[in-house]
Structures are given as C-alpha cells and as structure tokens.
Ligand binder design. Structure first.
Ligand code: F0G
Length: 351
C-alpha cells in the first residue's frame, strides 16, 4: 500500500475511529540516518542516528501533530484555528488549515521569526499577527482566545498534537527493530519531549520494547527547565526554542524523571558549531534549534557519558532552509572570479 500519512499508518494508536477523514500532506516516514562520519569525527563510543524531521512537508516535526490536530478541528467543526508560535507551528498550522479549507490565525513575537517560516505562514494564507512580546506572551493571548471563541488552539497544549508527534518514536523503533538506549531532543515549549516519551511508553506496553533515557537540551539564554525557574526575557540564536515558560514543563520533567534521563544547556556557539558539523559531515542542513540535540550529545560524549553499547537518536526537528540568514552568518562567503576558465581553475587549486 502506498504511504498515506501518520494517521492512516498508526490509526490504532490514535484517538480516532476507522471512519476518520485525515487532513494530511503525507507527513512522517522521515529518514533515520546512521551518522557514522559524525561518530568518527567525535570519536564517539556509541552509535549515533539522526531522525531528520526537516524532511516533513512544511520542514519540521510539527506536521505529525498538525495532521492530527487539524483533522480533529474539522471533525469538531471549529470555525478557525489559532496558534502562538516561534515559527514552525505557524507554518505547519497554516499549511494544514489551507488543505482543510479552514482559516488559520497565527500570533508571533515580532522580529524573532526566521524568514522562511514567516514566508510559509503568509503564503499558505494564514492571518499573521505580530505582537510586541515573546512567545510566552503570544501563547497567553491564544489561550484566552481559545477560551472565549470557537477557534481551535493548535499549539501543543492541544492533546491531539502530542498524539500525532508520538508517532516519531514508533517509526524509530520500527526502523531500528528496538528502541535506542538514549533519545536527544531540543526543548522549547516541551511538547515534543512529552510526545516522544508517550510514544516510547505506549509501544513498550504493547510490544515489550525497552525504554530509552530521554536527553533534553535548552539554549543557554532560554533554559527555564534546567534552572527550575521561568525566564522572563529568553534569548537565543535558536529562535525556535526562545521560550521562557514552557507549557508542557511538568510533563517534560516527568519524562526526564521516569526515563532516568537529564536536561542541560547548550550555548549559542555550541549550537551553531553543531549545526555546521552536521551539515559538513552528514550532508544534513538543520535549523539551529535542531542542532542543540547534537550540541548536547557532543558535551555528553566528552564527559564519557556513553558506552559502546549505547545507541543514541538525535531528532533534527527542522530544516535549515527556513533560516538561511543565521546559517550564512557563520560560514565563509563564496569565492569570486572573473568569467574566465583560468581564473576559476586557479581558485579551485586543481591542476
Ligand atoms: N525544534 C524546532 C525546530 C522547533 O520549532 C521547536 C518548537 C522545538 C525544537 C521545540 O519543541 O516546543 O515541543 O519543545 N517550536 C514551537 C513553534 C514552539 O512555535 O514552532 P517543543
């Protein structure tokens, strides 16, 4: 049977009946790549796999949750959908709403959204409202609108989003034949780490697979869970995880405790270095927030945390093409030459 999206693939694990009519862009089924070059470069004892969620239709993992949340919004006959976002949720909500013929509203922190993500929300036809505030302010406003109107919230506080996102764990277990020993993720609003853990636990209870340890990473200037304290003015180059008061804080702590995992920080420069390393060694261009999963992994490798028995999956949550500005700032500019064969050969330094 041709692949038909995460709802059809994992229907028995989702809160829908057989007659569900999925709103899908054929999300999911993303590559799980063994990162042998990266392993050698880092001299890592463990195996490393990268789950490249940037290969989803709108370029991030949000599509797995959005197909489920928008399908439910249509079933409930919601008037429209709304989300607060650091960019990817809004791109995904706008795309799935377009496919469903629903109006999407998105509330964004002004000036803090990567250019590609903003372009996506606009071209998919969402009504975009930028506020003078951060993501946490935007989510507060969205919650109030959800309470007062028939507009459906499609942030990850909507449980249908978590249901969809947990399917990434299923794919990983199916590809590896078992669970990894560790799973590393960037943490922003903390919905995704909550969803992965739910997925691993549900699969384990049905198929007796082992449970991995969950490893979460927050950016240094936006690390409320690490410090156990709301960050009033979160800052990081990884704008996707620029969040000071995560909605799924409690659930994330539960996932970390239950799995005997841990959460720690990655600095902006470690994040950007990891982003370039992943691109140069493995041929994958992910966005800065995504690279924090590998930046964190690198630290743990250096601390001697892993053994040869370990198999680590890092989720690369979003596509680097969404934020070309940040990526190009840290790399060498192109060489330039007159339109002459000799000059070009000279620059190539090849005889
Ligand atoms: N990576 C990327 C690329 C993201 O866009 C996000 C969250 C995360 C990681 C963190 O996931 O919030 O579930 O802990 N982006 C949200 C958004 C907040 O609005 O697009 P999380």
């Amino acid at each position: 049977m041709p692949y038909s999206g995460v709802i059809n693939k994992y229907l028995e694990y989702l809160p829908f009946k057989e007659d569900v009519q999925p709103v899908t862009l054929l999300e999911g089924n993303t590559p799980l790549l063994e990162a042998d070059n990266l392993r050698k470069e880092l001299d890592a004892p463990c195996k490393i796999f990268l789950k490249f969620e940037g290969a989803n239709p709108t370029g991030s993992f949000k599509d797995r949750g959005m197909t489920v949340a928008i399908t439910e919004a249509v079933r409930k006959k919601a008037e429209a959908v709304i989300c607060a976002s650091t960019g990817n949720t809004s791109a995904s909500a706008a795309a799935y709403a377009a496919k469903a013929g629903l109006q999407a509203f998105v509330i964004l922190p002004k000036g803090k959204i990567a250019i590609g993500k903003l372009a996506q929300a606009l071209i998919y036809g969402a009504k975009v409202i930028e506020i003078d505030g951060n993501f946490d302010d935007a989510l507060r406003i969205v919650r109030e609108i959800g309470d007062k109107t028939n507009v459906e919230i499609v942030n990850s506080i909507n449980p249908f989003r978590i249901e969809g996102q947990k399917t990434a764990s299923f794919e990983i277990i199916e590809t590896l034949g078992t669970s990894p020993t560790h799973h590393s993720l960037p943490v922003g609003n903390a919905g995704n780490i909550t969803a992965y853990w739910k997925g691993y636990k549900e699969w384990a209870s049905r198929k007796h697979t082992p449970l991995p340890k969950m490893l979460g990473f927050q950016a240094e200037g936006s690390a409320p869970i690490v410090h156990g304290k709301i960050v009033e003015h979160p800052e990081t180059v990884a704008t996707a995880i620029r969040i000071g008061n995560p909605a799924s804080w409690k659930q994330a702590v539960q996932a970390l405790d239950e799995s005997k995992g841990q959460i720690s920080i990655a600095t902006d420069s470690e994040i950007l270095e990891a982003q370039r390393l992943i691109a140069r060694t493995e041929g994958i261009f992910c966005e800065p927030a995504s690279a924090s999963s590998v930046a964190g992994l690198i630290k743990l490798i250096r601390e001697g945390y892993f053994t040869v028995k370990d198999v680590v999956v890092c989720t690369l949550t979003g596509n680097g093409l969404k934020d070309p500005d940040t990526a190009s700032r840290g790399i060498a500019a192109p060489l330039s030459a007159p339109a002459s064969l000799l000059e070009v050969l000279n620059l190539m330094n090849i005889k």
